[in-house]
Design a protein around this ligand. Structure first.
Ligand code: EPU
Length: 419
């Protein structure tokens, strides 16, 4: 197992590229199940989660071939309808094959994802929507078993906006008979990127980027070519790295317009963030101001930036309150930040952070993807050496983060850990 070793205190200076979005790539990979022929995808990040979705697709008979950041996915033959437990348990987003499989084959057998470190994360809304479209669903031996002759368009109203739920049902609806309406749909840019791919495949979708999405089912879809949007969460993580180190960096291919809320909050802390050419210039200031944040569905402040923002607030002047409204357990990074000297109290879904003058390097353990990023950020700003273990969480969702940070001047390296 690898660990990341950081000697804190270096100012980040220079330029870094932003990789393609993980959470846009995953549903787009699943969408290839809807077409016969080869889809060509560019700007796909090389990540563990992309390998997992590739394995899920290969297990269904799909041909997946990746070279650099370009993937060719050919689902001409889908020979199997099962996404097995061993794959789904390593990545919940495997559930994204459920909608496309029922739409394409009229049947699917997908393992229930089970527990998750950051919260309960049920899939009841995915199943409710598929049932409304006429699928017969049974839960048996830990699997969702679904059948439908041909799905029928339906009006589906989500009690809670769900990203992968919206994606699953949108994909299913593209091949259903008649019109589907998704009310209170998730508006995340990754949902829109998927919708744009589906439209290129021939799907009829209106309301992309809004909470009301209308899909008129078609008989078949055709393969397409697409360049995945840049990852707004990776970009935000790099911005905070600059803020914490009083850095001065330029992010190339930065998805500025997908990051309005995050950028507003970071500017409130005193950071300077301005578009520059096709990129964004990010400049950190001497002492960070404390700012309150509440996570919300897009266009609100993303839960996937909460842990990283908390690291920034740990070193801010004054008190800040961070409220997590999406996932109930998403404070698992707090104990590790406290071990580095952060002053954080948790009350229910609220974290109260009293900024401290400095953090001190320590051995810490990553517990989920964004928590790992928050610990690496803490290490960049801390006095002395920080060792972050269990970085397989990081490798699920960041493409060579430590290399990008090293390229910006951070003293950071990956070492093999015994055992
Ligand atoms: N929810 C339900 N029932 C459902 C589905 C969701 O109650 O059937 C609830 C969840 O428990 C949660 C809320 O709805 O309280 C929103 O969850 P959502 O379904 O939107 O989350 P997700 O689709 O499972 C995606 C991202 C996550 C990101 C969340 C929220 C992908 C592959 N994953 O998850 O990304 O945190 O949306 O924005 O797109 C990450 O990248 O680190 C990550 C966890």
């Amino acid at each position: 197992m690898d660990k990341i070793v950081i000697r804190g205190g270096e100012r980040l200076i220079g330029e870094a590229g932003v990789s393609g979005s993980k959470n846009a790539s995953l549903p787009i990979f699943a969408a290839s199940l809807l077409t016969e022929g080869e889809n060509l995808l560019h700007n796909v990040p090389r990540l563990q989660d992309i390998q997992t979705i590739s394995k899920v697709l290969k297990n269904l008979g799909v041909k997946v071939h990746g070279e650099g950041n370009t993937y060719r996915i050919d689902a001409t033959e889908v020979t199997n309808e099962e996404a097995p437990y061993d794959l789904v348990k390593t990545m919940r987003a495997s559930i994204l094959v459920l909608g496309p499989l029922i739409a394409r084959l009229g049947k699917a057998r997908v393992s229930l994802p089970g527990g998750c470190a950051i919260g309960a994360r049920p899939i009841n809304l995915h199943l409710m929507g598929l049932e409304a479209m006429g699928a017969k669903i049974e839960l048996r031996s830990g699997y969702v078993e679904a059948k439908a002759d041909r799905l029928k368009g339906a009006t589906i109203s989500f009690d809670t906006a769900t990203v992968t739920g919206t994606e699953n049902l949108m994909m299913a609806a593209t091949l259903a008979k008649g019109k589907s309406v998704l009310q209170n749909a998730a508006m995340e840019p990754e949902v829109s990127d998927l919708a744009n791919v589906l439209k290129k495949m021939g799907a009829k979708i209106e309301g992309v980027g809004t909470s009301l999405i209308e899909i008129e089912g078609v008989e078949s879809l055709h393969p397409t070519e697409h360049t995945v949007i840049p990852d707004r969460i990776e970009a935000g993580t790099l911005m905070i790295a600059a803020g914490l180190t009083r850095g001065n960096i330029k992010l190339l291919k930065c998805p500025f317009r997908h990051m309005e809320t995050v950028i507003l909050k970071l500017r409130e802390t005193g950071m300077e963030i301005e578009p520059e050419g096709e990129g964004v210039r990010v400049v950190g200031t001497r002492r960070i101001r404390s700012v309150d944040v509440k996570t919300q569905p897009y266009p609100g402040f993303p839960t996937d930036m909460q842990a990283q923002f908390m690291t920034l607030m740990s070193l801010a002047r004054g008190l800040s309150i961070i409220t997590e409204t999406i996932f109930e357990n998403r404070f698992i990074h707090v104990n590790e930040l406290q071990r580095m000297g952060a002053d954080i109290r948790i009350q229910g879904n609220t974290a109260i952070i009293q900024g401290v003058e400095s953090l001190s390097g320590a051995k810490v353990m990553a517990s989920d993807l964004r928590a790992s990023a928050s610990l690496i950020l803490a290490g960049l700003a801390a006095d002395g050496v920080t060792e972050v273990s269990r970085v397989y969480h990081l490798d699920r969702g960041y493409e060579g983060l430590e290399k990008k940070l090293a390229g910006l001047g951070a003293n950071i390296r990956r070492v093999k850990e015994e055992g």
